[in-house]
Ligand binder design. Structure first.
Ligand code: SF4
Length: 296
């Protein structure tokens, strides 16, 4: 039974410096219903005094008001990109009830603020018109994590997320906006999802998606416990092999090189960008709009 806890946040945004670019994370929920076996965000619940990331979900009731305070302030530069769902999915099922996302999108439209969003849910289609409008005003990037196209494997790995085909259908609809649309094959799980990567490239090409983000599984702290327990229970034949490959939180160098080679081959074969830079896209977008402005 999931418990939903309404809280007040002090601020809506969290500035994150990625080195090549800075973005502002906005998580309207904390905790996530999808229950992915590789969830990298488990650690974040300790800041809320909870150990139950999947079972205690915090709802930031005043997040819209706090966001407007920030976006309307004189110091806000609306070239800053808002990153929605860096820690928790903004379109998990409780969003049907709270309907916070349409309010957030209206603010982004009002303040012409670019956004990137990650979701494993097709509930985002409910807000298609708002996202479409925003994408005609500023830069928008929508990505869905799809680790495998295999429905039964996905249902074990991500038990409460919608099936991969529905995520692809959602992205296909979203291609009708001006947003950049792509998938995250993150994490690639050695020996488990590796063989299905090519099918994801093929499907992305068919849908003419703009990019694929790639990343191998990283397992540390609570995530390591969760994932290795899962492997031991569901794929016991892989358990010892995982202990060898993951002596540290990161995949062994030689195995990573093998995956890199495969990705490079697939990227060339399907001609899909796997080195996508949001920062450069925003700069290019702004430049293009400025040039158009000077034409009139
Ligand atoms: S969607 Fe992301 S935050 Fe939610 S359970 Fe899966 S990995 Fe964790």
């Amino acid at each position: 039974m999931v418990k939903y806890i309404e809280i007040e946040c002090k601020s809506a945004l969290n500035k994150v410096d990625h080195g090549s670019f800075v973005c502002y994370d906005l998580n309207i929920y904390r905790g996530c219903i999808h229950q992915c076996k590789y969830c990298y965000a488990l650690y974040s619940h300790k800041y809320l005094d909870s150990r139950n990331f999947f079972g205690e979900i915090f709802v930031k009731q005043n997040v819209v008001e706090k966001l407007e305070e920030k976006l309307s302030s004189k110091n806000w530069d609306n070239n800053n990109i808002i990153n929605l769902g860096s820690v928790c999915d903004s379109y998990q099922c409780i969003e049907k009830k709270y309907k916070i996302m349409p309010e957030i999108l209206r603010l982004l439209i009002k303040y012409k603020t670019p956004m990137m969003i990650f979701t494993k849910s097709d509930l985002i289609l409910r807000d298609f018109d708002l996202i479409d409008k925003l994408s005609h005003i500023t830069y928008v990037n929508i990505s869905s994590t799809i680790t495998t196209p295999n429905k039964s494997l996905a249902s074990i790995l991500e038990p409460n997320a919608v099936e991969p085909e529905r995520r692809f259908n959602m992205l296909s609809e979203m291609k009708k906006t001006k947003a950049d649309i792509g998938i995250n094959i993150i994490p690639i799980m050695p020996m488990l999802t590796e063989d299905t990567i090519e099918a994801l490239f093929k499907k992305s090409k068919e849908l003419n998606l703009n990019h694929i983000n790639i990343g191998s599984l990283i397992i540390k702290d609570e995530c390591r416990k969760l994932y290795l327990n899962f492997i031991r229970t569901k794929f016991p034949n892989l358990y010892e092999k995982y202990l060898v490959l993951y002596k540290t939180p990161y995949l062994s160098v030689s195995y990573q090189q093998k995956i890199d080679k495969k990705i490079s081959y697939l990227s060339n074969k399907y001609n899909i960008n796997t080195k996508f830079s949001i920062y450069h896209k925003i700069k290019a977008y702004n430049k293009e709009n400025m040039e158009q402005l000077f034409l009139f």
